[in-house]
Design a protein around this ligand. Structure first.
Ligand code: SF4
Length: 328
């Protein structure tokens, strides 16, 4: 017996960019037979991107550890004993040396992350100097510094910042299980300030934190129903770090992770869907499935803030095996 395409005729149309996705529609995508879901994600991907190209970003922690927030997944929270020590903001020269190395290694976007609840204005001045200098190297710039006021977002825009990362992390319903020191609305307000300042938005979430599929659906719905889709959507697999409250979270089935990537691709067809944290623990085959499901961006380099990421050589070999090339 074969399944006719009509068998899925109740599923939503995929031929336009939408910001009105319902949880029921997103749930129906998650429920599709795996080959049908991948086929649909591939079809959408090919309408908007060259499927043989992958955008390469490098992420540097410019201010590590000592964060007052209590994000249950994060080794940089001062509340958990993870062996990550609080450090000062890096010097401009040190950041520039890392940015040059990233460029030489093939990155076209350089992301700078600081473990702050929100930046102080004097810290922001230093970050602005970094943004200007990194941009002058010919790299796109991205920063993730915590919550921003509207004025701070405008300051970063004036410095030339291209992207700001601020993840929604999970569904609105599950958020309180993961973070208690801020609320979902705080995240949405920072995203609005970033968007209104004219900076591109990088916003995604983390799966494998003990959430249900309904929460994964809720997370995708929250992202796909933003007034404008984020230009970059990082989908992270939890890295279970000893000392954090989620150190023993049950591992998420890899196919469920791939499904989450595919549904993100279908619902946000023009966004870069980034295969982010958790790649170090993924097989080449799982990563290949993620690319088939529409992921078209990765972080490149041996470290993601404080957790391990595949060595550059390993990534180069995988991209060669799959015939993928860096997006220019
Ligand atoms: S995720 Fe960010 S805000 Fe949360 S504890 Fe870690 S560094 Fe702080």
């Amino acid at each position: 017996m074969s399944l006719a395409t009509d068998d899925f005729s109740t599923l939503p149309s995929l031929d336009r960019v939408r910001n009105d996705w319902t949880a029921a529609e997103i749930g129906a995508l998650f429920d599709l037979p795996f080959p049908e879901l991948i086929f649909r994600a591939q079809s959408v991907h090919r309408q908007h991107f060259d499927p043989s190209e992958v955008q390469i970003s490098t992420l540097l922690s410019i201010k590590t550890g000592g964060c007052p927030e209590d994000c249950a997944y994060c080794p940089q929270s001062a509340r958990y004993h993870t062996g990550v020590d609080a450090e000062k903001l890096m010097s401009l020269d040190a950041v520039l040396a890392e940015a040059r190395a990233a460029k030489t290694a093939g990155a076209n976007r350089f992301c700078m992350g600081a473990a702050w609840r929100s930046p102080k204005d004097r810290d922001l001045e230093h970050v602005c100097e970094m943004v200007e200098a990194v941009k002058a190297l010919g790299l796109e710039t991205c920063a993730t510094l915590g919550m921003l006021t509207a004025a701070q977002a405008r300051t970063l825009k004036r410095a030339g910042l291209d992207y700001y990362n601020h993840n929604l992390d999970t569904s609105p319903e599950f958020y309180g299980e993961i973070i208690t020191t801020r609320v979902y609305q705080d995240r949405l307000e920072t995203l609005q300030h970033v968007r209104e300042a004219g900076i591109h938005v990088c916003c995604g979430g983390i799966v494998g934190m003990g959430e249900t599929r309904a929460d994964r659906i809720g997370m995708i719905a929250a992202l796909a129903c933003l007034p404008v889709h984020p230009e970059s959507v990082p989908i992270n697999m939890l890295v279970r770090v000893a000392g954090t409250p989620l150190a023993k979270a049950p591992p998420l089935d890899r196919f469920e992770f791939v499904r989450t990537i595919a549904v993100a691709r279908i619902t946000m067809p023009r966004s870069m869907v980034r295969l982010s944290a958790g790649r170090e623990e993924m097989s080449e085959e799982t990563q290949a499935l993620c690319f088939l499901a529409g992921a078209n961006s990765i972080f490149y380099g041996p470290k993601l803030l404080t957790t391990a990421n595949p060595e550059r050589d390993r990534d180069r070999v995988l991209m060669e095996k799959l015939g993928l090339s860096p997006m220019q």
